[in-house]
Design a binder for this molecule. Structure first.
Ligand SMILES: O=P(O)(O)OC[C@H]1O[C@](O)(CO)[C@@H](O)[C@@H]1O
Length: 933
């Protein structure tokens, strides 16, 4: 016997399937439905794909096959599989399409719900899918909201078959019918054919009842006086609404305008009943089929509804019947104040949101599958967090998902931060995708650099720290120069580098985005003179139009590499600022990008926060910071230790402002649980081949003691590039949580100005302004910045008072304007441990002026919890700067004094201690601090 469904089909209403699934297609499910039940079309939507792809492992072989062609992001991976299904379904229905001469046999695929409010993006995406899928019996689904209507017109004019979805109100349907006609007319005006353009208007049914009936039930429960009238409307409104839409359709096809189009071959835009699955168990499960049967319409049914109708549907031409009854129902709706207009309007936006949520879930699963499949190419990360913090992170991740943070970050939406131009600073996102460099130029540079034994990079902050990490972690390739990074004015350090290089076989890289930073300018003068003004031994990396660019041209530098002015220094390592020095030391820059790529894809705008390693980390560090765990303590296995200096700048300069932010703690030796308060977040970086059992054991103890620990593991050193990208994303996100602009550095300039003034005064007077110590002994002289000395103060008494000021949650800073070498670093580390263990506070250390262009921002602009000891000494021997009265030593001292003065002006607790020549230097200071604690 012919199935009821087939009879329905024969009655003039098309039956489409509102479902799609790979296994179902593979088993020939659709072909069977077409054959036995007369099914002539398929609709899909994000929820349908979420059900298909988001659960189980039916798509795993497909995911694997797609990724075997090359790594792609979650959205592309999803799309590759969805398109495969759509094409398979279209192939199954192709015979129907051919037999009916294009009148039916269509499969619909929906544009991303994320762009539903953007007409231009909707048009572009619909076009892209249309061409990519490339089959004639395809329909692209576009929402029928206000942004969708003009898209329908345009797409129709362009010859794309459109299925307009999420129609609830008759007026909305009328608008899309009008857009369809206008699109056809536009084609005619261009002389294009219109006889093969198909369109359907998907009018949603059951969702209206679900919403209205809920209101009715609430009113009934509240004892509404109109109980009887309200009850009579249950399950009636959606059908009445659909009937009236159909009545309008019938009028429309009789209109002169339509008859004109029909005369030229136009196919009517059929009404398609969608959302026909019955939600209320009190209604018959075939309700929205039985009542909506009429010619030239479509009913798209989920499999259960199809099965129900096949089993016990009622076949009669109901759609055009009892129109008066339908009008009465809507009049009653009006009279009873049920506000259908409000219901249908909110159903549109709810529908878009629902599809967006389904897409989030779907992309989350696809991203997780991708991570599993390409897993061993991605650095791993785990986090053990105290329960309260873990919960805050969860809540934040869900909020980020709802508010679409990944997409908004990649789209450059400044409202993620303070809304003050942050969108102009996001060039680093593209830089991570190798879009900022000229690969051929870097290959040539790599070859050219080989003639040198040494390279010296002159730059500060973002222009030096990334290159230093690359040079120290990756090292120079065989027969390529060794890179020295000079980011100082310390005479001894400069002399040491000058001594260790063969001048004639050294390539100098002058690196400065602004091209006007004082230290690289002075260092350039010094080495340019030293080289005998050999411009061909110099290259510049700088932003276009900078002073440095002009000087480099003037002095005939061998090459100038231009940066991207939309990338701030600390986010520049994956741009020319990191890649030029990488090429110089013989590294294959494209291989470095290839190593970064899996992380870049994992952190994409299409990866929901829960699966997005950058957003996840950003949520952890942002939430930790706002909960008082603002001392991000970096622990690294030996080979990765250099990363900390780069990370310090990124975190501190980005987040430490307006009294908020993260204070990075680098190179503080690990202690016992008792050494730490509850203001820490530990981050451990380890190279898998570089296991340090003692470090791991200490971390395990901290973890057992309830300290939060994030562990990041790299299988290969080249994958450090992944951490650059992950941390840039995480920092930007943490900045959004903290509520600051992560791309400016408002407090750095003050210290620079103060130092410049002191140097300028020196250039005229030939001496720095004199100052008087407030306490002094044979080793040290102390200069107080605040009025905090007592008349008979000793150095020890002042140091004692200084460290006694440290309260829980504070940190001690050692700001050393000294040569940065292993012994100074070790001495500072010992002092830090002594202070940490005595006062249970975090400690930081920086060499000046290097840290001024890095953590200095947070010390001045971040939380006022630092207690700083600025350490200076007279340089011996000093080093002259060509063309200047001031020596490097004078500049360094001026920088220290300027820095200390600005810290004091900002209300920071600060003491300056000058190491006297006669004293024992840092060893003596260590002893003094031990005595003072
Ligand atoms: O690359 P430039 O312009 O020389 O700047 C160096 C560093 O100085 C700073 O501007 C801070 O002074 C950093 O943000 C930057 O990375």
């Amino acid at each position: 016997m012919t199935s009821l469904l087939r009879q329905l089909h024969a009655s003039g209403q098309a039956i489409w399937l509102d479902f799609l699934d790979r296994q179902f297609l593979a088993e020939g499910g659709l072909r069977k439905l077409a054959l036995h039940d007369g099914v002539t079309g398929v609709t899909s939507n994000p929820s349908i794909f979420e059900k298909a792809m988001g659960h189980g492992d039916a798509y795993d072989p497909g995911f694997r096959a797609a990724l075997a062609q090359g790594d792609i992001g979650a959205q592309d991976l999803y799309e590759s599989q969805a398109i495969e299904d759509i094409r398979a379904a279209a192939a199954d229905l192709r015979p129907v399409y051919e037999r009916l001469n294009g009148r039916d046999g269509y499969v619909s695929m929906e544009v991303s719900p994320y762009i539903s409010n953007d007409t231009g993006a909707t048009i572009a995406e619909a076009q892209r899918l249309w061409h990519r899928i490339g089959v004639p019996n395809l329909m692209i689904k576009v929402p029928g909201n206000s942004a969708g209507v003009p898209a329908v017109r345009q797409l129709t004019a362009d010859g794309v078959n459109v299925n307009i979805t999420l129609l609830f109100a008759i007026e909305a349907y009328q608008a899309v019918a009008e857009a369809y006609m206008a699109g056809l007319e536009a084609r005619l005006a261009k002389g294009d054919p219109i006889d093969r353009i198909a369109s359907v208007a998907s009018f949603f049914v059951s969702r209206i009842d679900a919403r209205i009936d809920k209101t009715i039930d609430a009113r009934l429960a509240a004892g509404d006086r109109e109980a009887e009238a309200l009850t009579a409307l249950r399950g009636k409104v959606a059908i009445a609404n659909a009937k009236l839409a159909y009545a309008w359709y019938q009028e429309m096809i009789e209109s002169k305008r339509w008859r004109n189009l029909a005369a030229q071959g136009a196919m009517p835009q059929r009404l398609l009943w969608a959302s026909t699955g019955v939600k209320d168990p009190r209604f018959p499960d075939t309700l929205y089929v039985d009542t909506l049967i009429g010619p030239d319409t479509i009913n798209t049914m989920p499999p259960q509804t199809m099965a129900a109708f096949r089993d016990h549907g009622t076949l009669a031409q109901t759609l055009a019947a009892d129109l008066i009854g339908a009008q009465n129902v809507l009049a009653e709706v009006d009279r009873l104040g049920l506000d259908l207009a409000e219901v249908t309007a909110s159903l549109v936006s709810d529908g878009v949101n629902q599809f967006a949520q389904a897409t989030d879930a779907l992309l989350g699963t696809v991203a997780a599958k991708r991570a599993e499949i390409v897993g061993d190419t991605i650095n791993t990360m785990t986090a053990t967090l105290p329960e309260a913090l873990r919960q805050k992170v969860e809540v934040r991740l869900e909020m980020m998902r709802k508010e679409a943070w990944p997409r908004r970050l990649w789209e450059g939406d400044p409202s993620l931060w303070t809304g003050k131009g942050e969108d102009h600073w996001l060039g680093w996102l593209a830089a991570g995708q190798e879009r900022q460099v000229d690969p051929d130029a870097l290959v040539r540079l790599r070859e050219h650099a080989q003639t040198n034994t040494n390279a010296v990079l002159l730059g500060m902050g973002g222009s030096s720290l990334g290159p230093e990490v690359l040079a120290r972690i990756l090292g120079n390739a065989p027969s390529h120069p060794r890179l020295h990074v000079l980011d100082t004015t310390d005479p001894a350090q400069i002399t040491e580098v000058a001594r260790s290089i063969d001048l004639e076989k050294t390539l100098f890289i002058v690196s400065s985005k602004s091209g006007s930073t004082m230290e690289p300018a002075l260092l350039r003068s010094y080495f340019f003179a030293l080289s005998g003004r050999q411009g061909d031994q110099f290259i510049a990396v700088t932003d276009p139009g900078s002073d440095l660019e002009k000087i480099a041209m003037n002095d005939r530098f061998a090459q100038i590499f231009s940066g991207d002015p939309t990338i701030g220094g600390r986010y520049s390592v994956l741009s020319v600022f990191g890649m030029v020095p990488a090429a110089v030391i013989g590294r294959d820059v494209m291989a470095l990008y290839a190593a970064a790529s899996p992380m870049v894809l994992s952190c994409g705008g299409d990866v929901p926060p829960q699966e997005n390693p950058g957003l996840w980390l950003g949520a952890i560090i942002g939430e930790a910071a706002t909960a008082g765990r603002d001392k991000l303590t970096i622990v690294a296995s030996a080979r990765l230790e250099p990363l900390g200096a780069w990370l310090e700048q990124l975190l501190a300069e980005s987040t430490g402002k307006n009294g908020h932010g993260i204070v990075p703690v680098d190179l503080e030796p690990l202690g016992d649980p008792a050494s730490y308060g509850d203001d820490r977040l530990f981050v451990h970086f380890a190279l898998t081949s570089d296991v340090d059992a003692e470090q791991e054991a200490k971390l395990n103890m901290l973890e057992a003691a309830g300290q939060p620990i994030v562990r990041i593991s790299l299988a290969q050193p080249e994958r450090i590039t992944q951490e650059f990208f992950r941390w840039e994303i995480a920092t930007a996100i943490a900045g959004a949580i903290i509520g600051i602009n992560p791309f400016d550095q408002p407090d750095v300039e003050a210290a620079k100005v103060a130092a410049r003034q002191l140097v300028a005064a020196y250039e005229t007077a030939g001496t720095l302004e004199p100052e008087t110590p407030v306490a002094e002994d044979e080793n040290f002289a102390i200069f107080a910045l605040q009025d905090e000395s007592a008349p008979d103060d000793t150095v020890i008494a002042m140091l004692r008072r200084h460290f006694a000021a440290l309260e829980p949650g504070n940190y001690a800073g050692f700001l050393a304007y000294l040569e940065r070498n292993a012994s100074d670093a070790a001495a500072l580390a010992m002092m830090r441990v002594a202070v940490r263990d005595a006062r249970r506070v975090a400690t930081v250390a920086g060499f000046g002026p290097r840290f001024l262009h890095s953590t200095g921002q947070a010390y001045k602009g971040g939380p006022n919890s630092g207690v700083f000891l600025v350490i200076t000494r007279d340089p011996d021997p000093d080093l002259a700067i060509p063309g200047h009265k001031a020596s490097f030593g004078t500049v360094q001292l001026a920088q220290a004094r300027g820095d200390a003065a600005v810290l004091a002006q900002r209300g920071r607790r600060v003491l300056r201690l000058h190491l006297k020549k006669s004293g024992g230097g840092l060893e003596a200071l260590q002893a003094a601090i031990a005595a003072a604690l």
